[in-house]
Every structure is written in structure tokens, then in C-alpha cells.
Ligand binder design. Structure first.
Ligand code: CS2
Length: 450
């Protein structure tokens, strides 16, 4: 049997594997320690000699994978393998409050996904735990920490701040409002979910089993608003950008990268493509994505230093990377929480200026068609979305695309009422949905971008 990666077996690794740095004491806490954190944030904290306590609120899988490995894991980028030792422990809710309230904790980062910001009655969410910990810090005479939401949501810092303030007693809320910090941020690295085959392939190369490995692309970017409550690591030394205004970075990333990702997930997934690189290698799809970007890019005010044309070229290359094996199904998840900032916001901006929305409407229609839970060849799948139940209820028994589109746009948990009331939007989306229903996604894309 192949041995497990751990402190005790580090010496057995082949020489070409990059070893962890000396393990640093925790000064950061990360809530939602999934593959994204392990692939992007933890390696940066390691480079800055800050240890991290991770927390998993909803499952014990990550702790179970990491604890037997002394919380070591491999970051696989192409052919290179680097063992990361920044993570010192993985805790659940109870342990999390103590970690957050510890005097040494200066920075708290979060990736709890878009749906992690939905109110969840009967469950203590991330914001409740942050609020409880800040209260303890105030009672203990400690300073607040800086809490950085790294989720793909517009104004992520403000959303977290509002949720934490709402979960606090008035006295703590005043103290947080005066002394706390919730910077806005934009993070970017494509991190596909690890599969069993990846773990086996890595074991064959390094001679050790690593059940917490992650794989990622070379590219990464992290821009943080210059707003901190106390000590911070030397972010600039590792290439993290600190900026005064994050919104233009975030909007560009959400509308270009993530907007295209969602379009690829639904319109590619319906046509039976399993992977992003396969979709982008199909010329009509690549032309369609350029048309989508022509529409979205016109709604942007790019931040100083971002060249949109170069960014688009780089995105095509990133999407085309076959080594990532990024599944369309992974991106299709939680569409109800992703659509507004990725596709509906640029649509609203364009309609306000009297501009056309053909490509964006086709992407939204792709999402609508996805809700039927069948690909174009009739393969059934479960729609993975926190609103899957109510969405299915709205389209149940409706066979024609126009009634389906009309029923869906009226769902105001997803579609802003102004958009639902705009016939230019409803007509465009209903028309595209009818085309998808009669010809399938691939033929519709070929017709759109011949
Ligand atoms: C993707 C993102 O799954 C998704 O919704 O669009 O996770 C995307 O890979 C990252 O935002 C890239 O930084």
C-alpha cells in the first residue's frame, strides 16, 4: 500500500517536488477551506510566513483528508508539484469561534460561495460566527480582525459587513462599524474540483497518497481594497495588489471571465460537452464567446492597468487549457446565484442604453433550458442549485418556451423586476429558448456565430 503524505514521509518525496517552508504560527483564519483556498490563498500565506487555521462549516471531508497528513497537501500546476504547509488545523463551527477570537488572528478570509450569503434559517452561517467572534474580541479587550470576503459577488466586502452587523448586538455593531474592516476584493484562479483520478495520478508520480491535493492553472490574481483593521502580511511582497477601488476589477472579472464561464457551462453542457476546453476548441462556440464579450465589455469601465483586449486573449488561452479538465457541470452549479452579476447586470446596462443583447440573451436562455434537467440528447441530470425546487415548480407543466421564459423571468429572487417587465428582454430570451428547444444548443450556436 502506498504511504500517505505527512511530516513523517516528506523525506521520501522525489527531489523535484518543492518542500513546504518552515511551518508558521497561525495569524489568519479561512472560512470555507475548499480547493480554491488551498490552491490560491494558502500558498500566498505560506510565502508570507503566515500560518492559517481553516474552517469547514458544512462537512468534515476536508478535515478528514487533511488531519492524517498533518494538514500538508500538494498544489499541482501542470508538471510542477509543491507541498504547502501553511494550513495548521481545520476546525468546525465551535473551534472556529475560538480561532477567530484568538489574539494572534489578524486576518480572516472567506470563500463560502455565492449561496453562503443567503439567509439560512435555523443554521449558523459564516456571518453569524464572525459576529459572535467579534463580540468575544470586544469583551476580551482585543482589536477586531480584518475580514475579507473572497467570493465572486459584487461588493463582497459590503455584503459581509452588512450580514455581520445584522447578526450583532447594538453595542458590538457600533464597535465593529467604528473599528472593523471588510475590504472588497477580487480573486481569480481557475481551480477545478479534484477527482479520484488526479489523486491516483499524483501518487504514481510522487510515491505518496495525498487526499487533499489540488490542481490549478498558473495564472492567479488577488486585488484587495486598502482597508485593514490591524496587522497585515506583506501582501505586496508576493504580488497581491492593494487598490483604492476594487469595483472595476470585480465587474470586469464577473462579466467577462465568469459570464463566459456560465455561458460555456450551460450552452456547452446542453450540447454534451463535459469540459470547458472542449467547448472553447469548437470554433462556433469560440466565436459566440467573443460576441458575448463584445456585448459585456461595452458595459465596463476598466480599471487603470487592465487592457480588456489582452485580458480577453488571455482568457481564451486559460479556458483552452486541456490540463485543467474543468467540468462544465462544476460551473453550472448554483446558477441562480451567479446569473445576476454575470449576465443580467450587463443586460440591464445595455438595455438602458438601447443596445442589443443577442449573445447575452442566448446565455440566459441556456440557463433556462438547463433547468429542465436534460441535455440535448435526452441525458438526465440533477439541477444543482439552492433554488432548484422553486425553479422547477415555476416551469412544471409548461411545455412551450415562451411560457417557460415568462414564468422564469418573474422569479424575482433571480431576475430584477425591471428586467422582467421589459419586453425587449423577455422577447429576446423567449426567442432564444425556443431555438434551443427546437434545434439544440450546438446548432443554435452555429446559427448565431456562423
Ligand atoms: C467559475 C469560477 O464555477 C464557477 O462559477 O466561474 O469558479 C471561476 O473558475 C473562478 O471565479 C475563476 O477565478
Amino acid at each position: 500500500m502506498t504511504a500517505r503524505l505527512s511530516e513523517a514521509t516528506l523525506g521520501r518525496l522525489p527531489a523535484w517536488v518543492v518542500r513546504p517552508r518552515p511551518r508558521a504560527a497561525p495569524r489568519a483564519v479561512h472560512i470555507g477551506i475548499g480547493a480554491f483556498h488551498r490552491a490560491q490563498l494558502a500558498p500566498l500565506f505560506e510565502d508570507m510566513d503566515w500560518g492559517v487555521i481553516g474552517a469547514s462549516l458544512r462537512s468534515t471531508t476536508v478535515r478528514e483528508a487533511m488531519a492524517p497528513q498533518d494538514f500538508l497537501y500538494s498544489l499541482v500546476i501542470g508538471e510542477s508539484v509543491r507541498v504547502i504547509g501553511a494550513v495548521r488545523d481545520v476546525v468546525r463551527a465551535e473551534g472556529l469561534i475560538e480561532a477567530l477570537a484568538a489574539p494572534a488572528t489578524d486576518i480572516v478570509t472567506l470563500t463560502v460561495t455565492e449561496k453562503g450569503y443567503l439567509p439560512d434559517p435555523g443554521r449558523r452561517g459564516a456571518a453569524d460566527l464572525v459576529a459572535a467572534a467579534l463580540r468575544l474580541r470586544r469583551e476580551r479587550g482585543l482589536a477586531p480582525f480584518t475580514a475579507i470576503s473572497c467570493d465572486n459577488l459584487p461588493g463582497n466586502g459590503g455584503r459581509l459587513r452588512d450580514a455581520v452587523l445584522a447578526a450583532s448586538d447594538p453595542e458590538t455593531a457600533d464597535w465593529i462599524a467604528a473599528r472593523g474592516a471588510f475590504p472588497q476584493t477580487m480573486v481569480d484562479r481557475i481551480v477545478p474540483a479534484t477527482e479520484e483520478a488526479d489523486i491516483d495520478a499524483l501518487a504514481a508520480r510522487i510515491g505518496l497518497v495525498d487526499r487533499a491535493m489540488v490542481k490549478a492553472e498558473t495564472f492567479w490574481q488577488w486585488v484587495i481594497e486598502d482597508r485593514f483593521a490591524g496587522a497585515r502580511p506583506d501582501f505586496a511582497s508576493v504580488g497581491v495588489r492593494i487598490a483604492a477601488d476594487i469595483a472595476p476589477w470585480e465587474t470586469a472579472k464577473l462579466r467577462l471571465l465568469n459570464g463566459a464561464h456560465s455561458a460555456i457551462a450551460y450552452l456547452g453542457g446542453l450540447a454534451g460537452f463535459d469540459f470547458v476546453h472542449e467547448v472553447i476548441a469548437t470554433p462556433a462556440y469560440a466565436r459566440f464567446i467573443e460576441a458575448l464579450w463584445d456585448e459585456s465589455a461595452a458595459t465596463l469601465v476598466p480599471p487603470p492597468g487592465l487592457d480588456i483586449a489582452a485580458y480577453r486573449r488571455a482568457l481564451i488561452a486559460r479556458f483552452a487549457n486541456p490540463g485543467l479538465a474543468h467540468r462544465t457541470r462544476q460551473i453550472a452549479m448554483d446558477g441562480s446565484q451567479k446569473l445576476p452579476q454575470r449576465l443580467l447586470a450587463p443586460i440591464a446596462d445595455r438595455l438602458a442604453r438601447g443596445q442589443g443583447i443577442g449573445a447575452l440573451a442566448l446565455a440566459v436562455a441556456g440557463w433556462m433550458r438547463w433547468q429542465s434537467g436534460r441535455t440535448d440528447t435526452g441525458e438526465r441530470f440533477a439541477v444543482d442549485d439552492p433554488l432548484a425546487g422553486p425553479i422547477a415548480a415555476r416551469i412544471a407543466g409548461l411545455d412551450d418556451p415562451r411560457s417557460q421564459a415568462e414564468a422564469l423571468v418573474k422569479f424575482d429572487a433571480i431576475f430584477p423586476p425591471a428586467l422582467a417587465a421589459d419586453p425587449r428582454f423577455t422577447d429576446a430570451v423567449a426567442g432564444k429558448l425556443a431555438q434551443l428547444a427546437s434545434h439544440g444548443a450546438r446548432a443554435t450556436i452555429e446559427e448565431f456565430a456562423p
